[in-house]
Design a protein around this ligand. Structure first.
Ligand code: DGL
Length: 269
């Protein structure tokens, strides 16, 4: 395949389900002229409560399929799959840009002197060595509290980003942290930006919320640029929405979340 052809090929974006759409939205802002294949693995979701081996096997399989289809790069828009598999994926495909996502701990820590930072993520991300190393790097500058949120992604998978049930779940999860003077919350799972408004309401609106999606999108663009793989065309690209679930509603939900306007909460990027 010539380099020219490769430049015109799509970028694969993958998550266990709807969460990756929060990253796709940022990718579309910085690379509107690219084509994207978005793949949500909702049939196998959630990933965060599976074993590391299960998540690795699923991620390797999806990556193989994307590259066989000719995708020129892969954005692993899932913190859990990044934790479990991205290092090895890069060894398997050294010539292809592969970008993962990690919780935005650094900007949250640097947002204030000695802040108390709550990191919300799936059980696997919270247990993972990657997050422990990230926390160790900054724990002399902040009080960092990791908190596993099993079940939170399921609300977003159902398209529920605003119900009383969701509010009850968040009250149960977060009420004890309201007395701990939390300065910043890091959304360490790509599903959570869709419920950021509710999280903010439950925690009190002056807690700053950090999400890694925009940083990941900028990094993906930088990596494509370095390799000379940005699409040179000037017209808008296309997004191909795919999902492993046989329920056609899942692809509809991907499209809805991708287009939805969120004007009521400003995430720190
Ligand atoms: N969206 C995913 C993440 O960023 C995982 C959610 C899940 O499947 O548990 O970690």
């Amino acid at each position: 395949m010539s380099n020219q052809l490769l430049k015109e090929n799509p970028i694969a974006v993958f998550d266990s389900g709807m969460g990756g759409i929060s990253v796709l939205r940022e990718l579309l802002k910085v690379m509107p002229n690219e084509d994207f294949v978005f793949y949500g693995d909702s049939a196998n979701a959630p990933y965060g409560t599976k074993t590391r081996e299960q998540v690795r096997a699923l991620t390797f399989q999806h990556a193989k399929n994307f590259f066989e289809q000719g995708c020129k790069a892969l954005v692993v828009a899932c913190n859990t799959a990044t934790t479990a598999a991205v290092r090895d994926l890069r060894l398997m495909y050294p010539d292809i840009p592969i970008v993962g996502i990690e919780p935005a701990v650094k900007p949250a820590v640097l947002s204030k002197e000695n802040p108390t930072v709550l990191v919300l993520a799936t059980p696997m991300t919270i247990k993972g060595e990657k997050l422990h190393r990230l926390i160790a790097k900054y724990d002399d500058q902040a009080n960092i509290i990791p908190l596993a949120c099993p079940g939170l992604m399921d609300f977003v998978e159902r398209g529920d980003i605003d119900s009383d049930e969701l509010e009850k779940y968040l009250q149960n999860l977060l009420s004890i942290y309201r007395q701990k003077n939390i300065d910043a919350i890091v959304l360490g799972c790509t599903h959570y930006p869709f419920v950021a408004k509710k999280i903010s309401e439950v925690m009190g609106n002056n807690v700053a919320i950090f999400d890694g999606g925009a940083g990941t999108a900028r990094e993906a663009k930088r990596r494509l640029q370095v390799k000379g793989l940005l699409n040179p065309r000037t017209e808008k690209g296309k997004v191909y929405f795919e999902n492993s679930s046989s329920d056609p509603k899942m692809i509809e939900l991907e499209k809805t979340l991708c287009k939805m306007k969120f004007d009521d909460i400003e995430l720190n990027k």
